[in-house]
Ligand binder design. Sequence first.
Ligand SMILES: [Zn+2]
Length: 309
Amino acid sequence: MPHPVRTLGAVTVASIAANPPDLVVRIPDTPRVGTVSAPLVAADAAADLLAGRRLIVLTGAGLSTDSGIPDYRGPDSPPRSPMTYDEFVSGPTARQRYWARSHIGWRRLGSARPNDGHRALAVLESVRVVRTLITQNVDGLHRAAGSEAVIDLHGRIDQVICLGCGDLTTRLDLHHRLDDANPDFAGHADVRTAPDGDVELEHTSGFRPVDCRRCGGVLKPDVVFFGENVPRSRVEQAYAAMDGGDALLVAGSSLTVMSGLRFVRHAARLGWPIVIVNRGITRGDPVATCRVDGGCSEILSTLGGSLRI
Ligand SMILES: [Zn+2]
């Protein structure tokens, strides 16, 4: 039985715009092909638009697909619904299912490497073209590529938080504890990995999760689940970081959750040039200056080559 991702239901787009919620929820009226949109341009035209600007970059799952991490919202992705926050905290059975699948997925995430898109953004930061990188990805690949000015909007999969006492520990430490507690849980080689490190795995009833060493509380990956708030302080940090830029580049996000879309709207209110690089349409298209349709690795490499000079 798939677990539905919550949507905003009858809430109107106008009311969302007036009062953006913190909840990470999928917005139901993502524009379809043929709706009002920014013009499609080639990468060199987008580079001309951004030349001489201080870039704020917003990245999403589409950036990591070339690193072998599938984008479950992309046009070619299999239908999939990640676990919601409410479900995770609903009781031990849901947590058992989550941690069993996540434990397998973590091994795969751990072997993922940055691609040309991550590297192009890291180079642009080193020459002060990119000022801040706000990412919806939790895979850590921006830092692995060398980016330092990173705001992890949806948290980091390499960290674990205790819901009881707030203790932050490393995922690697938890991984070893889970291995020790589940010595016979292995051999699930043919499963898909999702951007949050989760995998599709049917038989999880024998898996034994572990609890906080300090207080015995429930452990959760330090990532924002669907239906959960992005911490207010992190949102404010991202808005504040935008003060240091004057153009927005969106890469690999279809902007179907408000947590990212609000920064695009903020840039639009400021009158910034907005370039969106993505395969397929996005919810930010109506306010973008232009968009480039295609894969992030290739297009960001082209943009990087033009902008770092
Ligand atoms: Zn604790």
